[in-house]
Design a protein around this ligand. Sequence first.
Ligand SMILES: [Zn+2]
Length: 411
Amino acid sequence: MSETVLDKFLRYVVIDTQSKEDSESYPSTAKQFDLLNLLVKELKDLGVPKVSIDEFGYVMATIPSNVPGNVPPVGFIAHVDTSPEVSGAGVKPQIVTNYHGGDLVLSGDPTVIIRESENPALQTARGKMIVTSDGTTLLGADDKAGLAIIMTAVQTMIGNPKIAHGDIKIGFTPDEEVGAGTKFFDIKKFGALFAYTIDGDTPGELNKETFSADSCLITVHGRDIHPGSAKDIMINSVRVISDIISRLPKNMAPETTEGYEPYIHPYVLEGGVGKSTVKILFRDFKTAGLGALKTIVEKAVAEVQSMYPKAKIELQITEQYRNMRDRLEKDTRVIDYLFEATKRSGLQPEWTPIRGGTDGSRLTENGLPTPNIFTGGANYHSRTEWVNVWGMEKAVETVLNLAQVWVEKSR
Ligand SMILES: [Zn+2]
C-alpha cells in the first residue's frame, strides 16, 4: 500500500530543521540538509528521473510531461525550515483521530491549550483527524505539510499515468522563515513558467496577495558610566529606545489590526546603557503605504532625539518583499486555474490576503508568478500549531487537479 500524506508528514516533522536569523552561512543552519537530502532520496526512490540538490540546499526535480503539445511547465514549492521563534527539536506529534470540538490541552505542557474560541478553523475540523505537537515545541506543519502534500502528489502522479500533466517542477527550499528562502533560487534552472507555493493554511483558502514589507533597525548609542558618578554624564540608551517604542501607535500593531490594515511591529529589543537596538517590521498591502509607516517612526525618533540631544540615534530601512498581486494579475491563468482546481476538489475556494509574505512574493517579483495554496495547517510559529489531515488530502487533490487543468486549458 502506498504511503499517505500523513505518513510522510509524521516522518518530516520529527526532523529538526529550525532556521536561524543573522547567520553567516547559507542555509542558515546545516541541519536543514538532513531533510533536504532525505527529500532527494525519496524523490529518486519514487522514480523521479531528474533530481538535484545544490550547495545552498535547493532541491529541484522534474517529472516530464506525459501529454503531447505545449503545456507550460508548472512548479510546486515548499520550504523545509521551521520558525526560529519556537523550538522544532524533539517534536512529538499527537494525533487526534476524531476531533469532537472543544479545547485541546496538550499533554507535554498542559498550559498550552488550543482553544476553540481562538481557532475558527477548528469548526471545519470537526469529525476529522488533526495533528498537534505535545505543547513543548512547534509542530512544523509550516511547511512540512507543504512538503508532504507535494511528495504525495508526486507519488500519485507517477503511480497513475492517467493523470495528465505537463512538465512538473518540484522545488524544496531552505530558510524561508528568515526571509531568505529564494536568495539563491535559480528560476531559470528551475524551469517553470508558473509556480505555486504550498504554504498557506485553512482548506480552500488561496493567496494572491501578500504584504509589501520593509524592516527597520533603530540603533541608539548612549554613554555608559558608573551610576555613582553618572549625573549629567550618563546617556541611558535603554530609556531613549523605550521612549521611541512607546511613541509607536498602538492601533497600528499586528495585535490590533486585521484584513488590509497596515502595521508597525517592534519585535526584537536588545541593549544596555551604552547601546540599544530595536528591530521593527513595516507591513502594508500598498507598497506606497510603507513610506507613511516610515514617516511615523521618523517622527517618533525626531521627538525623542530632541529630548536626548546627546544620544546618537540611527535608523536603517531594508526592503524585504513586495505584494505579488499586480504581477499575478498580468496573466490570470496562474490564479484562474488554481481557483478551478480547488473547486474540483470539492472546496469553496476563497482568495484571502496574507498578512505576511511567502517565497512566492519574491519569486513573483523576480519573474516567476507564484500564488499560494492552503495546507490545512494553523497557528504557525507557535506551540499551538496544528494541522487538519483532511486539509492536507484536499491540497494533494488540488495539486493533481491543477496539473490537469493546465493540460486541458492548453489544448
Ligand atoms: Zn511557511
